[in-house]
Design a protein around this ligand. Structure first.
Ligand SMILES: [Zn+2]
Length: 415
């Protein structure tokens, strides 16, 4: 990732940080190593900095860059979206992914967790972003999602396997390619025409071998899992994370809370008619998605009440326009509407997500962390809709979006 030539001192702002705490009239100093060098009052920070510092005096609110935990850069929903990617060559696909990555970063999402991509192109993209060759968020990826023959995602490049040996191999193939985590589809979902949301798809042996294999290699497993019938047995086998959870009963959320299982509700998926219409998604899918809405909402509220560890993921493209903002910000607004406090939602999209990823230098602006930050006009403590007022994005200490050209004079041309 490209690093800045000169340290940046951003002063006059209020920092709202789930880990470092809130600092009024703050200054943030980012070093040429792309990390936060100091955070505190302007006097304190200036005292600790060297000579060559470019100061930007401004106002507004600074939060850590967002982490979106359920992203597909190269896949598409049935309908007009998949017409653009079906049959695409590797080079065509990776260009589409790079475009999506750049838009994602512009939307303030500085890190993504990819939960189902294709042909290991995500591994190449991850390397290119790390080198600073293409703009994009930091990438953690599951590579291919895994499913049974004809199971959820099979027609969107999930890798099909049947039987414990085949699932062990499929898991190992992802680890060999460089997967950061494993994603397995244990139930039906919204986007599969020949399944229903609660179709169980894997045997217990298959789920167990995926979890045991990944854990042996020190990687976590998250599951596309729609309802209690499929989530509960997987929890008992040691599953680390649940995606969607369209229908989770009290027993399930209680067990998730007890075991510390992570939940990525992707609540937008069951309430985004406008997005589906815009992308000409087929009628059967729209009905299934929106039909799941009330129980999905109730499941999220049960999880909140039970104290389940919840992190933010949109499933929709992170930058996709939706309700006058992006799918990422709308997802956060829904989480707040469902009962989480603005501070909890911000943590779910920053520091808590980083905790899942095992990256303690992400999701916070405490000194030593990666200098990924957003500049907002409005106060996110009043409500996460403040993210609609995003005006600048800094990644690794370099401004990558700067609507008011406040930071641009400082921007270094990548070496
Ligand atoms: Zn998904």
């Amino acid at each position: 990732m490209n690093t800045p030539d000169v340290p940046l001192l951003l002063s006059g702002v209020t920092v709202v940080d789930p880990v470092a705490g809130d600092v009024e009239d703050a200054a943030v100093l980012t070093g040429t190593d792309g990390r936060v060098a100091a955070l505190g009052s302007r006097d304190e920070v200036l005292a600790s900095s060297g000579e060559d510092v470019r100061e930007v005096r401004t106002q507004g609110y600074v939060v850590p860059g967002l982490i979106n935990m359920h992203v597909h850069l190269g896949l598409a929903l049935p309908g007009a979206m998949s017409d653009a990617v079906d049959g695409a060559s590797d080079s065509q696909t990776v260009l589409l992914m790079a475009d999506a990555a750049a838009r994602t970063l512009q939307a303030g999402v500085t890190t993504v967790r990819l939960v189902g991509e294709s042909r290991y192109l995500d591994v190449d993209l991850r390397a290119a972003v790390d080198r600073g060759a293409v703009p994009g968020p930091r990438i953690f990826t599951a590579c291919h999602a895994l499913c049974c023959t004809g199971g959820h995602g099979w027609d969107a490049d999930a890798l099909e396997a049947d039987g414990a040996d085949a699932f062990a191999r499929a898991t190992r193939l992802q680890l060999r390619a460089g997967a950061d985590l494993i994603k397995v589809c244990v139930s039906g979902g919204i986007a599969g025409e020949h399944e229903s949301i609660d179709t169980p798809q894997l045997t217990e042996d298959e789920v167990r071998v995926v979890i045991e294999t990944a854990h042996a290699w020190g990687k976590q497993v998250t599951a596309h899992a729609a309802s209690s019938a499929t989530v509960l047995p997987a929890l008992r086998l040691g599953l680390d994370g649940v995606e969607h959870g369209y229908s989770l009963d009290e027993e399930t959320v209680a067990l998730m809370a007890e075991k510390g299982t992570w939940y990525v509700p992707t609540i937008t998926v069951s309430r985004c008619r406008e997005f589906f219409e815009l992308n000409q998604v087929p009628e059967w899918m729209m009905e299934r998605a929106l039909g799941a809405g009330p129980e999905h909402w109730a499941s999220l509220q049960r999880a909140i009440a039970a104290g389940v560890r919840i992190v933010m993921g949109s499933d929709m493209p992170p930058y996709a326009p939706f309700d006058g903002t992006t799918a990422t910000v709308r997802e956060m607004e829904f989480m707040e509407e469902a009962g989480m406090s603005p501070r909890e939602v911000l943590a779910a999209a920053t520091s808590r997500a980083a905790e899942w990823l095992g990256a303690d230098d992400l999701g916070t602006l405490r000194p030593g962390s990666r200098a990924d930050l957003l500049l907002l006009d409005e106060d996110p403590r009043e409500g996460v809709s403040a993210l609609r007022s995003l005006r600048a994005v800094v990644q690794g200490g370099r401004p990558v979006r700067d609507d008011r050209a406040e930071l641009v004079a400082w921007t270094a041309v990548p070496a």
